[in-house]
Design a protein around this ligand. Structure first.
Ligand code: GDP
Length: 355
């Protein structure tokens, strides 16, 4: 018996025709966004940051225009980088440091760089729930890390977001990063002061801390100096102080300070902040503040170029297809790495020439 098709109930189309497609909110113009940002309108600011983070060329075009127009209004802030391993107490500390700063007036934006983060995972740095007090403060703007991507890309977006926040009147910017990878270098390249949060350990705390990170720090603060931990924190302070003496003097002329505090019990917060105030007074007096900012601007010019070239290359569909093929050949030993790279670059440049 062959198969017969019975005429039965007409199957409804798989897409409900009555369902209206939800229209995306219309894209705001750059002028609208700039106007809102300069008025301190947080909705517009968030919208602009979303465009900065977008991969869509149309969004990027608007974002570039907004950044360009906001640039003359940016720069008037203290940019502070905060790093520490997971569990060091970054969110607890940022919450209390932030409130301390806000008590002195002004506004605070908390941004983050975490190239491994994915928005959906929820454990992202800068996640609002991690900073309970700041997240409900009317003068605080908390933005999680741009979602996963190349470090260069994530960092560039945060750097651009700083400009937008400053134009919106945020005169304190915290950039948080987790102290485990390359991201400290990226944060260091966009802040005026770099604060390293450490924990007192069992006497061998200097091990495992990358020398490079310590060298970048303008201040090292040992958290959780409370309860039974006070003595250990004091010991760690002495160890860090003597370790720092072995480093060459910083370009700023500033000698990094080491302090202990407790973010949870809010002990020593003022002292940490006094140190940061002293740093700003020091580098503004000796001119290093401006020198560092102009060096950072130069650095970001090249970073932006590098990132753009890189993504333009890898996003090219023909190049991507060729790389997929060549990758297999290289791994099979049927082609050398150099030949594979040369072919892909030649393909890319030949296509560029015809643009
Ligand atoms: P993060 O991963 O660096 O953001 O660290 P968290 O701020 O989430 O803190 C990690 C853990 O350490 C939490 O359980 C905090 O309650 C605790 N913690 C943070 N600061 C202190 C402190 O000053 N003293 C003590 N005893 N615990 C703290």
């Amino acid at each position: 018996m062959g198969l017969t098709v019975n005429s039965g109930v007409v199957q409804p189309p798989s897409v409900n025709p009555y369902l209206k497609r939800r229209r995306a909110a219309p894209l705001p113009t750059a002028a609208e966004l700039v106007e809102g940002i300069l008025k301190g309108d947080i909705t517009r600011l968030s919208r602009a940051v979303t465009l900065v983070e977008s991969v869509s060329p149309a969004h990027r075009a608007i974002a570039s225009e907004v950044i360009e127009k906001c640039l003359p209004y940016s720069g008037n802030s203290r940019r502070i980088g905060i790093t520490g391993v997971p569990g060091a107490g970054k969110s607890t500390s940022i919450d209390v440091f932030g409130l301390h700063v806000l008590r002195q007036g002004g506004k605070l934006a908390v941004l983050a760089i975490d190239p491994s983060s994915e928005r959906t995972r929820g454990s992202i740095l800068g996640d609002k729930t991690r900073m309970e007090k700041l997240s409900v403060h009317p003068d605080a703007f908390i933005r999680p890390s741009p979602s996963a991507g190349s470090l260069g890309g994530v960092a560039r977006k945060t750097r651009e977001t700083i400009i937008l926040c400053e134009a919106a009147g945020f005169n304190n910017i915290f950039v948080e990063t987790v102290g485990v990878g390359q991201s400290e270098t990226a944060v260091h390249s966009m802040v005026d002061f770099f604060l390293l949060i450490q924990l007192a350990g069992t006497g061998d705390e200097l091990q495992g801390i990358k020398r490079g990170i310590m060298e970048m720090a303008d201040g090292i603060v040992i958290n959780k100096a409370d309860g039974d931990n006070i003595n250990r924190a004091q010991l760690a302070k002495a160890q860090f102080r003597s370790a720092l003496q072995l480093f060459p003097p910083a370009d700023s002329g500033w000698t990094p300070e080491v302090l202990t505090y407790s973010g949870y019990y809010e002990l020593g917060i003022e002292e940490v902040w006094d140190m940061i105030d002293r740093y700003f007074a020091f580098v503004k007096r000796n001119g290093y503040f401006e020198i560092k900012r102009s060096q950072q601007a130069r650095y970001w010019m090249y970073e932006t170029i590098n990132e753009r070239l890189r993504s333009d290359f890898y996003d090219n569909p023909n190049v991507a297809a060729m790389l997929e093929r060549n990758e297999r050949l290289v791994m099979d030993n049927s082609m050398t790495s150099f030949e594979a790279a040369k072919q892909a670059l030649e393909l890319y440049f030949s296509q560029r020439d015809h643009d």
